[in-house]
Design a protein around this ligand. Structure first.
Ligand SMILES: NC(=O)c1ccc[n+]([C@@H]2O[C@H](COP(=O)([O-])OP(=O)(O)OC[C@H]3O[C@@H](n4cnc5c(N)ncnc54)[C@H](O)[C@@H]3O)[C@@H](O)[C@H]2O)c1
Length: 705
């Protein structure tokens, strides 16, 4: 036994507690500890039953993913779970808190399972592109049947104890303390004379995982599994679980699990998993700096963004005052927020009580009078430098000196905005994405004067409102919008001029895996928004022509997107998906002719290549300039803010997959052909030349090199 698994005797019951803070992830030490502890308990004549539980808030949140990069160190999972399952005395597992993946697999190897109210249990492996490798696909169908097993494994979402009881995943649900739950159930079982009940001895009806069941499960998860392959390995492993004797099935699962771990898809998904966890780590912050507490929040500007931001804070239990100078705008904001919560309640996503509470947390005002005690003000007025400066100066006068002032600007300089306030060190950019109460990404912009404490408070705010933060330097468009405007979307419009169809580009990008093609995104967000930014910042004057010239020609024609019924597409006949419009083709043809561009036919592969290479090249510049700390942060921004396919790991991870030598060669070739916008990034060339990668660049930076 070791300190990761401790044993304590409660009369005739031995309780094993697994401890590996913060979430009790399973590693080799835990596995060795479990084997030793179970054997010892089995050999002890004083013990009649064994209880396994977790130290702290949960049982086991999963396997230690860091072990998956190489050969999993001994002892492996199979002998560990075999020792539990083969124990000659009843083994009861207490499922409490977050219990996922390997945690549930261990629970399934125990003979009895009790879940404590408030627990969440499930198999998130599909979201990591992994086929479970600790017998999950073999024991689960024996316990809950093939149909439920398929739903749990392909869906990946955790279930609550009541549902787990309903499908037979647990035998009992208890309230209160995990130890009491385990001891109580163990005593019951001892009193009833219940013996060991190995899951492997339970049977499944061979052939019961029929094609119809599989087709239905694939259909139910089609959206999440678009472009993915791990589900097929999962189904094969599950079939082996249903059709084959236990040991044969287990061997089949091991092969499929190992293959899945080596797949590019799983590498990409695991990269994203770590990227999301690391993005909140900011290098170079003094350990003595502590974030400020944020409870009272004011949001200025009750438009699209202000409403979403108010709801994001309200949902997190903050007191929010939503302010707008325009009474009608404020009223519209209030009505929209009400409708949103009431709609969620009507759809059963939250209770009516929760909706009323959330609505009650947000108050409305035309000014900041009496807001001297707020901890944070988020400004979300129109994207106009002069207006924002006025508003920030006004906010700065209304709040106490300690308050944090944040701007939701998507393109303006936070440093310049901060300069009009009394305490520029308290100013930060909090760049939300629309809809702000739903989108997970939050770009946190460090202005030139932003203090470490303000930055840390920004990260704390992200944690509080459950966003994934990425810290960005204060450069044009920060990380995401710069790569979009200067890189990919500009290139998309260039390809339109050269002959690629508006819908061909969208369809090619969507087939690659983007959530939505660029013209559909533009139409949804408003073509005028980007046009305004370009105008404000005089981008057209500072960038070689053609620069987003199609968008900027459509806007004065009133083609500003879905809200006007027409943009890149026409929405008259089909308000949701829109249809192609000859007027747009004519505009593009004219713009191309004016520039002497000869139009030609594009392949979809060419479109995707140019779009993605632009993301990579601009991304590399952003990294080199220190606007982003890590390549992985850029991946988080593009996966969470712009619908880049998660299973490809984000643009920078994808660049590593393509190989930087290849990427550099292609960018250089396109530079020779098209000039300026294709000037290869210095960092890209450097890394390619030395045979390195963006991942290696991140590792070196983490080592402080
Ligand atoms: N829409 C998006 O997708 C998006 C995404 C990220 C960031 N942003 C940024 O968020 C900000 C707001 O954008 P939006 O789309 O919500 O705009 P919007 O036009 O929907 O709303 C702006 C609101 O600000 C109010 N306002 C104007 N002047 C004011 C003042 N002096 N005091 C108080 N309120 C005032 C207006 O009455 C209006 O209700 C902009 O900086 C924008 O760049 C927008």
């Amino acid at each position: 036994m070791n300190s990761a698994v401790t044993a304590k005797q409660y009369e005739n019951i031995c309780v094993l507690t697994v401890s590996n803070p913060p979430v009790n992830a399973v590693d080799a030490v835990i596995r060795a500890g479990l084997i030793a502890a179970v054997r010892e308990a089995e050999a002890d004549p004083a013990t009649e039953a064994v209880v396994i539980m977790g130290a702290g808030r949960n049982f086991i949140a999963g396997a230690d993913l860091a072990e998956f990069d190489g050969e999993i160190p001994a002892p492996a999972y199979a002998p560990t779970l075999g020792a539990i399952e083969g124990c000659g005395k009843p083994v009861i597992c207490v499922i409490h808190g977050i219990t996922l993946g390997a945690g549930v697999e261990i629970a399934l190897a125990a003979h009895y399972r009790v879940a404590v109210e408030g627990a969440a249990l499930g198999f998130p492996e599909i979201t990591l592109g992994i086929v479970p490798g600790a017998g999950g696909t073999q024991r689960l169908p024996r316990v809950v049947g093939p149909e439920q097993a398929l739903a749990l494994l392909l869906g990946g979402a955790p279930v609550k104890p009541a549902r787990a009881l309903e499908i037979g995943l647990v035998d009992k649900v208890a309230a209160g303390d995990p130890l009491d739950a385990g001891l109580g159930y163990a005593r019951e079982l001892i009193a009833a004379g219940a013996g060991p009940l190995p899951t492997r001895d339970r049977s499944c009806t061979p052939g019961s995982l029929g094609d119809e069941l599989v087709a239905a499960a694939l259909k139910a998860n089609a959206r999440a599994l678009r472009g993915r392959t791990a589900q097929f390995g999962m189904i094969e492993a599950l079939r082996a679980g249903v059709d084959l004797p236990f040991d044969e099935g287990l061997a089949a699962e091991k092969g499929l699990s190992d293959t899945s771990l080596r797949s590019q898809e799983s590498r990409a998904l695991r990269h994203m998993f770590f990227a999301e966890r690391n993005s909140a780590k900011v290098p170079g912050i003094d350990s003595s700096v502590q974030p400020l507490k944020v409870q009272k929040v004011a949001v200025v500007g009750a438009g699209t963004m202000g409403r979403g931001i108010a709801m994001a804070f309200g949902d997190a239990g903050c007191e929010v005052r939503l302010v707008d100078i325009d009474p009608a705008g404020l009223e519209r904001g209030e009505a929209a927020i009400r409708a949103n919560y009431e709609g969620s309640a009507a759809r059963g996503r939250i209770t009516h009580e929760q909706a009323a509470e959330a609505i009650g947390r947000i108050t409305y005002a035309l000014n900041l009078d009496g807001a001297a005690d707020v901890d944070l003000v988020v400004e979300a007025v129109f994207e106009d430098m002069a207006l924002k400066k006025d508003v920030l100066a006004w906010i700065s006068r209304a709040v106490r000196p300690e308050a944090i002032i944040a701007s939701n600007t998507s393109s303006l300089s936070v440093t310049e905005l901060a300069a009009v306030t009394a305490h520029p060190d308290k100013v930060i950019g909090l760049h939300f994405f629309s809809p702000a109460h739903i989108m997970k990404l939050l770009e946190i912009v460090r202005g030139g004067a932003t203090s470490q404490q303000t930055l840390l408070t920004g990260l704390e705010i992200a944690r509080r409102i459950r966003k994934i933060p990425v810290v960005s330097g204060d450069g044009f468009g920060f990380i995401g919008n710069r790569m979009m405007l200067d890189g990919a979307f500009r290139e998309g419009e260039q390809m339109m001029l050269e002959g690629a169809g508006v819908d061909q580009i969208d369809n090619a990008l969507e087939a690659f895996g983007f959530a939505m093609g660029q013209s559909r995104v533009n139409d949804l967000a408003g073509v005028d928004i980007g046009a305004l930014v370009r105008k404000q910042l005089a981008l057209r004057e500072s960038r070689p022509d053609p620069y987003c010239i199609v968008s900027d020609t459509l806007v004065p024609m009133g083609r500003i997107g879905q809200k006007a019924g027409k943009g890149f597409y026409n929405y008259t006949a089909n308000p949701r998906s829109g249809e192609l419009d000859g007027e747009v083709d004519a505009v593009i043809e004219r713009l191309a002719a004016e520039r002497g561009i000869t139009r030609r036919v594009f392949t979809d592969a060419e479109i995707v290549e140019r779009f993605v290479l632009q993301l990579i090249n601009v991304g590399a510049d952003i990294l080199k300039e220190g606007i982003a700390y890590r390549a992985a942060d850029i991946d988080v921004v593009w996966v969470h803010g712009f619908g880049f396919p998660r299973h490809l790991g984000g643009p920078m991870f994808h660049a590593d997959t393509l190989g930087l030598a290849h990427v550099a060669e292609r960018v250089t070739a396109l530079y020779a052909q098209h000039g300026h916008y294709w000037k290869p990034s210095e960092l890209l060339l450097e890394l390619a030349k030395s045979g390195s990668s963006f991942a290696e660049y991140d590792r070196a930076a983490a080592r402080g090199e």
